[in-house]
Design a binder for this molecule. Structure first.
Ligand code: ZN
Length: 500
């Protein structure tokens, strides 16, 4: 291995990463600031940058650089970051060379248009306005999947981008096992006396909500000198560089928990990115390893930490001070209210027990759309039927039905399984952290989150994408993914709350 050839590849990959990150800036801007009329041109700009990055990665020149270093990289240990860079470049390039440049551009451009059509059609419940465009997006996704000859299911071609190592088959096995243990627990909770959550309803000035959420974010360790928080219709986190990791949120006047838990969720994603070693910044290893592992971090902070009693021992007095509305409620009322289990219509509002049922519906429907057994025109009906059978709720309109999530309308399929993987892993990582560090409850009750954050930094965050998701799960927790810690956590928590 010659140091010059390694440096040459590193430079090339860093240029490609810069172009992709510039595209992320455009994407962030589209979701937060862009005037409506700017959408079409924005789609074109993003497609152009995507095309340049695709051509650079798939060029013969890059191929030669990677191939020359690969025999060396394959022999090196997992913790050699230079070798990991070469291996990751090989993996990304192998995926990318299969996709014709024209198809890539067509997808990017079409998805930007679909996104903007969805954004205006959703409040009007106008599925017909996006139906043909969504059908075309599915068609593009199928053409994309056709580029991967060896996959068992067309959705596998898409899943390998978000959750490498996961397939439709392994995800189905995960959902089946989880469902068999989750549904009986949901039924037991439904049969128990129900929680009154009316204390959560009120009139909360959005700017005050944002201020309160910023205070919590800073307490959890979100560094505002390396990030910022803005408003967008669908909250998200984006990494633009190691020194620029942004989050967004939204605020509803009548219920501050939407803003609150969205911010903590996105902070969880951001803490992962902030914890990645600066040595990896600006290159292909400088990011989270998979959607599922990323989601484990957001769900860990959102649920395990911020829906715990200890967390509110510290923050409830501050909440009451910021919002005197809560003077009437006790800390216990509030804790129970934010953990109320109630099958509902909206995934992002779902409680911890029913959340995965929402995910399973989406996963099954997107499998069927990719197989061609479900036509886009029949999607609303299929959606509503599953909500009636799986969650026992009637879907009143499309914005609360199949138009609620941005994913499909941004052209993104093969992503939803990551939410359930994340829920499962959040408990597995937390259990491993407690095994090593002892309980964190006393820390949380004093507003201290550093010990947990540093354990996650040391055992997961710092390594970025330098190994496979399964390698990280094994090295941090001692096992491959298992639902046991997650189900133990849910059983214990909800048996106590509902006195089962
Ligand atoms: Zn998330």
């Amino acid at each position: 291995m010659s140091p010059q050839s390694l440096q040459q590849l590193r430079n090339r990959l860093s240029q490609i990463t810069d172009i992709n990150l510039a595209n992320s800036v455009l994407n962030w801007d589209q979701a937060t600031m862009l005037p409506e009329q700017g959408n079409d041109q924005r789609g074109r700009m993003m497609a152009t940058l995507g095309k340049i990055s695709h051509e650079m990665l798939t060029s013969q020149e890059t191929g030669k650089m990677v191939d020359a270093l690969l025999p060396w990289a394959k022999q090196e240990p997992a913790d050699n970051l230079d070798a990991a860079l070469v291996r990751e470049a090989k993996r990304l390039r192998d995926l990318e060379v299969k996709i014709p440049t024209d198809l890539n551009s067509e997808m990017t451009e079409h998805y930007a248009k679909l996104y903007s059509a969805w954004a205006s059609a959703r409040p009007k419940n106008d599925f017909r306005a996006v139906e043909a465009m969504l059908a075309k997006a599915i068609e593009l996704n199928r053409r994309f999947a056709d580029c991967f000859a060896g996959v068992d299911h067309p959705l596998d071609a898409l899943i390998q981008y978000s959750d490498p190592g996961t397939t439709v088959q392994s995800a189905r096995a995960m959902f089946t096992e989880l469902r068999s243990q989750l549904v009986p627990l949901v039924k037991k909770v439904a049969a128990a006396p129900q929680i009154d959550s009316t204390c959560l309803k009120g009139d909360f000035e959005p700017s005050k909500q944002l201020e309160f959420c910023k205070e919590i974010a800073a307490n959890l360790g979100y560094d505002f000198s390396r990030g910022r928080m803005d408003l967008s219709p669908h909250p998200f986190m984006t990494r633009l560089s190691g020194g620029d990791i942004r989050i967004t949120t939204r605020a509803r006047r009548e219920d501050l928990t939407d803003c609150l838990f969205s911010v903590i969720h996105e902070v969880g994603h951001a803490l992962y990115e902030l914890g990645i070693s600066m040595q990896l910044d600006g290159n292909v290893l400088g990011g989270g390893v998979s959607s599922g592992v990323h989601e484990s971090q957001s769900r860990l902070w959102e649920n395990r930490v911020a829906r715990s009693q200890a967390f509110w021992d510290f923050f409830f007095p501050k909440l009451v001070k910021a919002f005197p509305h809560f003077e009437k409620a006790s800390k216990k009322d509030f804790y129970r209210a934010i953990n109320k289990v109630e099958p509902g219509l909206i995934r992002v509002d779902a409680d911890e027990l029913t959340y995965n049922l929402h995910v399973m519906i989406r996963f099954d429907l997107e499998c069927q759309m990719m197989e061609g057994t479900l036509k886009v025109k029949d999607l609303p009906e299929a959606w509503n039927a599953r909500y009636a059978s799986d969650l026992g709720v009637q879907v009143p309109d499309l914005k609360n039905g199949c138009m609620q999530d941005v994913h499909w309308f941004g052209g993104r399929l093969g992503y939803f399984q990551g939410y359930t993987i994340g829920n499962i892993l959040s408990a597995q990582f937390y259990e491993a952290a407690e095994r090593s560090e002892g309980s964190f409850d006393a820390d949380f009750a004093n507003g201290k989150f550093e010990r947990l954050r540093l354990w996650l930094n040391r055992n997961l965050h710092q390594f970025g994408a330098s190994r496979t998701p399964n390698d990280f799960i094994q090295s941090a927790t001692g096992k491959s993914m298992t639902i046991k810690p997650y189900m133990n956590y849910l059983q214990q928590k909800y048996s106590t709350i509902y006195q089962l």
